[in-house]
Design a protein around this ligand. Structure first.
Ligand SMILES: CC(C)(COP(=O)(O)OP(=O)(O)OC[C@H]1O[C@@H](n2cnc3c(N)ncnc32)[C@H](O)[C@@H]1OP(=O)(O)O)[C@@H](O)C(=O)NCCC(=O)NCCS
Length: 171
């Protein structure tokens, strides 16, 4: 496996993080989303995967809240990306594992993700519907998943999960 180091983002990583998302996704939308969230999300838990001096992968966690209950100590995992030439080598998996550990250290109770239903369950994610959680993006239920970071971390959570306003382009 490629020798990869995972660490919190540094200021000098910002242009490379933008490039990773631009190259991994079809449009620059996710790259721009990360830049908007950096201005306004708190916490902004941002980890990079580094190969030498080059950022080859990135994962971001920002706060989400529940429509009916407000803050519940939950983070949303989004977006994440690995440069196409580095995909399929376990780098995404390392970013998720390290990211979840950092989220737990921050005191988060759980994490939600909207993504590939075949990928995230291997890290412990289950359909968010099992916790009574729905998403605001009309995405298929199977693509919206959740993970408890502490025992019963999602037992008091239910209803619609709302992401930071930057996700709808309004912040
Ligand atoms: C998703 C992504 C971050 C995974 O990074 P990675 O370093 O390749 O991940 P890993 O090497 O840890 O794992 C690879 C696994 O991811 C799976 N995977 C990647 N893209 C997938 C997709 N669109 N649907 C389902 N599984 C997918 C691969 O099939 C592979 O599974 P396998 O181990 O059973 O063969 C990377 O493919 C990527 O940047 N994709 C483009 C951007 C994107 O879709 N981001 C995620 C939004 S939810």
């Amino acid at each position: 496996m490629t020798k990869i180091e995972i660490s919190t983002e540094r200021a000098s990583d910002i242009p490379m993080i933008h490039a990773v998302h631009s190259e991994a996704f079809e449009t620059e939308a996710e790259a721009r989303l990360v830049d908007r969230l950096r201005q306004s999300a708190d916490p902004f838990l941002s980890l990079v995967a580094r190969f030498g001096d080059v950022v080859v992968g990135h994962i971001l966690f920002t706060p989400v809240h529940l429509a009916d209950r407000g803050k519940a100590g939950l983070l949303g995992l989004a977006p994440m990306a690995v440069l196409p030439a580095f995909q399929g080598q376990g780098i995404g998996g390392q970013l998720i594992e390290r990211g979840l550990a950092a989220a737990r250290e921050l005191g988060a109770r759980g994490v939600v993700v909207l993504g590939h239903a075949a990928y995230y369950p291997r890290f412990g994610f289950r359909p968010a519907s099992e916790f009574g959680l729905s998403n605001e993006f009309r995405a298929p239920a199977e693509n919206f998943m959740a993970l408890e970071l502490v025992p019963d971390g999602l037992s008091a959570a239910s209803g619609q999960v709302r992401y930071h306003a930057a996700f709808s382009g309004s912040a």
